[in-house]
Design a protein around this ligand. Structure first.
Ligand code: SF4
Length: 475
């Protein structure tokens, strides 16, 4: 069959994210014997006409729309990406008879709502490189694959769904053939990193999380040797900025240690980073071996330094764990991005002050603190239940496609904004979602690349903010 895969993500802040999932799906579909073309809309000037040209060239039997995010998760400046799908779908429907399949992480989070909104025929719920070829096989044989796990579909205007996850990491191949499908230079020249996952799944139960819906609760680990081979393979291709994008990189601890140990032994010529460290599993041994392996930056997602809020978010670690991780990080040289989310269940002015005081005391001037406000509520999460119990959410799940956020009813938003404004003015190494959404950021990324600046860009926050302040543009 002729298959067109359209990568719909066009969001470039803070950097464009390489479409690892869609490229892996394209690899798998080609391996299954189909004729495949990938259209990446990320850098297209006129996405609609670019897609229309592809439709004409290929006359596809199936069009797969890959959807990364429903929105930008930013309460202050929300952008609803899902609305970009409607014109694409309308155009496909008016020009072809192709079957329309949705896939990508956004679709795993709200499949029914996105199927209804777009009017697409099928939705693939995660692990697309396994499920999509199976779906194609069934469709090419004229079968209705209604027992296949990991799909949703429309039947007489009723949405049906089969949950379940397929097996990945079975052949040790962790990255797709990026060069075959996308303009990789366009990404690299905007400071993008190559995403690599060493595992799928997450054992934690944070109240707002959708990742477990996408990847499941059980860990599926890639052998540490496969990870090392993959990194060496990428280095040989000249792809040197690599980011581990696991839900939590250092859990299970032994697996992370084995991966870093393997990398430290071969020491490939790469710059590694991961922004997904959990304070529970940080110790001197791990950070030392990460340094040896070639890590140039880490991120730690603590969300809060208040015990009340950590409990409210069900983070699975305590404020003592946060303090302990901070002391360990201070003993090492790795630059660290601290990630906080203010306004969760139980948040008050006093708990915000606890977090700000922690940042003041423990975050080194060369490190960076990122403060987000509010939490996107997705259907099916515990946060949705909390919000309904507290009477701060009255929307139906259908209406929740529009960005909707939780913000603690015990906290005043204006107070929080002004408190953050004050600390950001005093600390040039603090950033918030306005910084990430800064309209000149894509231009700065390109400029940084030309000047030979290496990712991660956040390491240079103090200098960037000072420069912006000089021009009266500080965020
Ligand atoms: S640790 Fe991360 S992936 Fe795991 S449940 Fe919490 S937010 Fe989700």
């Amino acid at each position: 069959m002729n298959i067109l895969i359209v990568i719909t993500n066009r969001y470039r802040n803070p950097v464009p994210v390489m479409p690892v999932g869609a490229c892996s799906v394209a690899d798998a579909v080609e391996k299954a014997g189909h004729r495949v073309r990938v259209l990446d809309l990320m850098f297209e000037q006129d996405p609609l006409s670019a897609m229309e040209k592809e439709l004409e060239k290929l006359s596809p039997d199936i069009v797969g729309l890959s959807v990364r995010n429903i929105d930008n998760n930013d309460m202050q400046n929300p952008v609803a990406f899902f609305k970009d799908l409607k014109p694409l779908v309308d155009s496909i429907r008016s020009r072809t008879q192709a079957t329309l399949v949705l896939g990508g992480s956004a679709v795993a989070v709200m499949p029914e709502e996105l199927l209804r909104y777009t009017g697409a025929d099928w939705a693939v719920l995660g692990d697309g490189e396994v499920v999509f070829p199976e779906l194609l096989k069934a469709l090419s044989q004229g079968r209705i694959p209604d027992r296949m796990p990991g799909i949703a579909w429309r039947e007489d205007n009723i949405i049906k769904k089969n949950s379940g996850a397929a097996v990945r990491f079975s052949d040790g191949c962790l990255v797709p053939n990026f060069h075959r499908w996308i303009n990789i230079h366009a990404y690299i020249s905007r400071m993008s990193t190559v995403p690599v996952q060493t595992k799928l799944g997450c054992h934690f139960k944070c109240v707002y999380c959708t990742y477990r819906k996408i990847e499941g609760h059980d860990y599926r680990l890639s052998a540490s040797e496969s990870v090392v081979d993959t990194i060496q393979h990428l280095a040989a291709l000249g792809l040197r900025d690599i980011e581990f994008v696991d839900n939590v990189f250092n859990s299970p601890y032994d697996h992370a240690l084995a991966v870093c140990d393997g990398l430290a032994k071969v020491r490939p010529d790469v710059r590694l980073q991961s922004l997904e460290l959990n304070p529970l599993f940080i110790d001197d041994d791990l950070l030392a071996v990460m340094e040896k392996a070639g890590f140039v930056g880490i991120g730690i997602t603590v969300e809060s330094a208040s015990g009340t809020v950590l409990e409210g978010l069900n983070k699975g670690f305590t404020v003592e764990d946060v303090f302990n991780a901070a002391r360990i990080i201070q003993r090492h040289k790795l630059p660290c991005l601290w990630i906080f989310m203010l306004g969760g269940p139980g948040e008050t002015e006093a708990t915000v002050q606890e977090t700000l005081l922690f940042a003041e005391r423990f975050i080194r001037p060369g490190d960076v603190a990122f403060f987000n406000m509010g939490i996107r509520i997705y259907p099916g999460t515990e946060l949705e239940q909390i919000a309904r119990r507290q009477d701060v959410l009255a929307l139906s799940t259908e209406e929740m496609l529009e960005p909707v956020f939780y913000f603690s009813p015990s906290l005043d938003l204006d107070w929080l904004k002004s408190a953050l404004c004050k600390v950001m003015a005093a600390h040039m190494n603090y950033i918030n979602s306005n910084t990430i959404g800064f309209s000149f950021l894509p231009i700065m990324n390109r400029l940084g690349y030309r000047l030979g600046v290496k990712p991660p860009l956040w390491k240079h926050t103090r200098f960037i903010r000072r420069g912006l302040r000089f021009f009266g543009m500080d965020v």
